[in-house]
Design a protein. Structure first.
Length: 763
């Protein structure tokens, strides 16, 4: 029986209840028994969770040390502690069990380490130490590490630990996933070696405690009695190990409150299982389910669009987001010709936002895959648009890109010692520190570049055996690549170089999500090279890009993946690359079928709900993939957007923006949205021009279930040789006409391919 608790020592309402809506209050005051709080995007779940924690302490339902409060990140834990501290004062300092899963499990494990063969001062290995240890075991087992990479085994063991599986649980089928059936054997050896070293990895923190709680009932009973209340944030992101750990701790008292949103479960690649939240009521019969549905972030159109998409998922717990905010702008769905046009269009729109005095800090571009950022980075560098990458490095700063560029630099400039040093043993060639040191010594003694010294040392006995053979192959390859550079297009040279060096194969062998992303980035690098006349010109461009750093405190456009954007919000959000194969990801669909499709759809839901005022979805009719132009069709998620919540277009007549750039008499283009007229800048009459910006686009998407239609018929007022003007490229003469696409020889920009609706006839 759920019990509603009230403060007995105060007539006035306690401060933590002020400003909460009815469902939030219910989530706070329903203290006893299992509670599932389904909190939609932007519905104030952190406020409810914090108030609930404060309520338990304020009403003396439990001492701070009797409450287990689990979060997923240190940042979330700090925020929770700070908020509760503001409500209950110093009492928050007595909350030793508020933290992340791993932090709390580590604290428990140090108290009971001897039960799994460890000492209380055990070491927690980082990723590098873990890989080093696994590599030792692989070599000792006489397994070809090139064929069966260490990272693949590390990833597999991490998956097993996330599922709560110890070595004895690994059957033959699971063991076959590494080195022809030796995965389970190596897992056992790894765990044995960790115990001998008095060490564990991050996965062990929960796994060891899970084993202890299952096999030592006295320890389990101790914690079941200690924790009167258990609270869990982001429950939809729990993996099997976390789920089993929580369920064991909560079985006695059953006072567990889990906050989450099944529609925002997007981390299956990290082991998260959306099924955990879906079966909460089965795990805890009689559970109270409370839905937080009032959204405080987004406009009705944004919520309507997001809800329309996610409704296509099956097996949901169900909720309907609503808001008291003004109706605002409809979600914009824009079709463009290709990737470069997408980047140009976004840059133009953001520049207009900036000219109207809106901060770039309130603008975000969300991509499905990291390789998509390159096009935007290059464009923003060219137009001087400040930007930052969140959740990763800038494109040219990523490790795999730096490695590939180092290979190209060595080919282009033999004296580039820094580049040679970077690639001499990447991928691994058996050239240890001593071998590299000898090359350095010879280079200094002869006053020659490292590459030259490497070639010369082959004629000596300084190196022997495998090291000499490997270095000889590398020196020969570099010489051959330099010869190829004189006749082979530089992009094709890069493709061959990455293949022949073994660099591509190194990541292909990993078979991990991270490795797949690195391969995509390398493909995008090669594609980017095709836009430059020579290898030297491309490397010069990269140097200029790497040197371009804006002030850290200056307002900047944020570029990041949708995964990295979860929990964040911005006034204006550009959702780019919404095409089949890119989003939803074809790789995800191939590997996971319907289950992966539903997670991709949840990603779409998360992406749309990051926007407060305006969401812009863009898809391109053509993408260049692996050097080849491919026709694209809009994402199926575009077809799932409710028509009443979107405005669809493929081009803007006369180069008009989402909001008119010449509103010189308007201080704030979002003013109508704020006043609740539902008519933002894109709906207004252009001031002082005598023309009207139509709410209906010049060309529309005829079918959202097929390729975007740009129309075959072009303007009948254009002809070959005619002088025209383009806002970006200036004056030029029409060289070719193909439907509504033009090839124009611009006076200052060279030949460009543009849409006819973006040019005006020279007066």
């Amino acid at each position: 029986m759920n019990q509603i608790a009230h403060s007995s020592d105060a007539q006035a309402e306690p401060p933590y209840l002020r400003g909460l809506n009815p469902p939030q209050r219910e989530a706070v005051l329903t203290t006893d028994g299992p509670v599932l709080i389904i909190a939609g995007a932007g519905t104030g779940k952190t406020a409810a969770l914090t108030a609930r924690l404060a309520h338990l302490i304020f009403t003396k339902k439990a001492w701070p040390s009797e409450i287990l409060s689990v979060t997923f990140t240190n940042k979330a834990a700090r925020e929770m502690r700070e908020r509760v501290g503001r409500l209950v004062g110093d009492a928050v300092e007595g909350m030793p069990w508020l933290g992340t899963f791993h932090a709390i499990a580590a604290k428990m494990l140090r108290r009971h380490a001897e039960l799994v063969g460890l000492q209380s001062n055990f070491t927690i290995l980082d990723t590098d130490d873990q890989l080093r240890l696994l590599k030792q075991l692989i070599l000792a087992a006489d397994i070809d590490e090139k064929r069966f990479p260490t990272r693949s085994l590390a990833g597999l063991i991490d998956q097993w630990k996330n599922k709560g599986l110890v070595p004895a649980d690994i059957d033959a089928g699971e063991s076959e996933r590494y080195a022809n059936g030796r995965g389970g054997e190596l897992y056992q050896q790894y765990q044995t070696r960790l115990i001998a070293l008095n060490a564990c990895d991050f996965g062990d923190l929960l796994l060891h405690m899970l084993v202890i709680l299952k096999t030592h009932r006295d320890v389990l009973a101790q914690y079941q009695q200690r924790f009167k209340y258990i609270m869990v944030d982001e429950y939809q992101d729990t993996n099997s190990s976390q789920y089993l750990w929580l369920r064991l701790l909560a079985q006695e008292r059953k006072n567990i409150a889990c906050v989450g949103d099944d529609d925002q479960s997007i981390y299956s690649w990290r082991g998260a299982q959306v099924e955990n939240i879906l079966k909460f009521e089965r795990d805890f019969p009689g559970a109270k389910v409370i839905r937080l549905e009032q959204n405080y972030r987004s406009t009705p159109h944004i919520l309507g669009a997001a809800s329309g998409v996610i409704a296509n998922n099956g097996g949901r717990l169900g909720k309907q987001l609503w808001t008291e905010r003004d109706v605002g702008e409809k979600v914009k769905v824009i079709g463009v010709w290709d990737g470069p046009e997408e980047a140009r269009r976004v840059g133009e729109e953001i520049d207009i936002v900036r000219r109207f005095g809106k901060s770039l800090d309130e603008v975000a571009i969300l991509v499905r895959a990291q390789h998509q950022t390159r096009e935007f980075e290059d464009r923003f560098i060219a137009i001087g648009m400040p930007y930052k990458i969140v959740g990763g490095f800038r494109f040219y700063e990523r490790a795999e890109i730096r490695d590939a560029l180092a290979y190209l630099r060595v080919v282009n400039q033999p004296a580039d010692d820094l580049a040679f040093e970077r690639i001499v043993n990447v991928p691994k060639r058996g050239l240890g520190d001593k071998a590299v040191a000898r090359i350095h010594q010879l280079a200094r003694a002869t006053g020659t570049p490292l590459a030259t010294a490497a070639a010369r040392i082959l004629d000596t006995d300084e190196l022997t055996g495998a090291a000499k053979k490997s270095l000889g192959r590398l020196v020969g390859d570099i010489a051959r690549w330099r010869d190829m550079a004189t006749s082979l297009p530089h992009a094709e040279l890069a493709r061959q170089l990455l293949d022949e060096s073994g660099y591509t194969a190194m990541y292909q062998a990993e078979k991990s999500v991270e490795a797949t992303g690195r391969l995509e980035n390398l493909s995008e690098l090669v594609r980017a090279m095709e836009e430059y006349d020579s290898l030297g010109a491309f490397l010069e461009h990269v140097s200029l890009v790497m040197d371009n750093e804006g002030g850290a405190q200056d307002p900047q456009v944020t570029i990041m993946t949708i995964h990295a954007a979860k929990g964040l919000e911005y006034d204006t959000v550009f959702l780019v690359g919404w095409e089949e194969g890119l989003f939803p990801s074809q790789r995800s669909l191939d590997e996971g079928g319907v289950k992966s499709l539903e997670e991709e759809r949840r990603l779409a839901y998360v992406a749309i709900t990051r926007a407060r005022r305006l969401a812009v979805i863009i898809h391109a009719a053509n993408r260049r993939i692996y050097g080849q132009w491919n026709s694209s069709i809009p994402s199926r998620f575009v077809a799932e957007l409710p028509a009443e919540h979107i405005d669809t277009e493929t081009t803007m007549s006369g180069g008009a923006s989402l909001w008119q750039a010449n509103w010189s008499d308007r201080a704030d283009p979002f003013a109508d949205v704020a006043r609740g007229t539902g008519r933002g800048p894109g709906w207004q009459r252009a001031s002082g021009t005598g023309s009207t910006f139509s709410t209906k686009p010049a060309r529309v998407v005829e079918s959202r279930s097929s390729a975007i239609s740009l129309g075959n018929k072009g303007r009948d007022d254009l002809s070959l040789g005619m002088r025209v003007f383009h806002q970006k490229f200036g004056y030029g003469a029409i060289a070719e006409i193909e439907g509504n696409k033009l090839e124009i020889d611009f006076e200052t920009s060279g030949r460009k391919r543009v849409m006819d609706s973006f040019v005006t006839i020279n007066p």
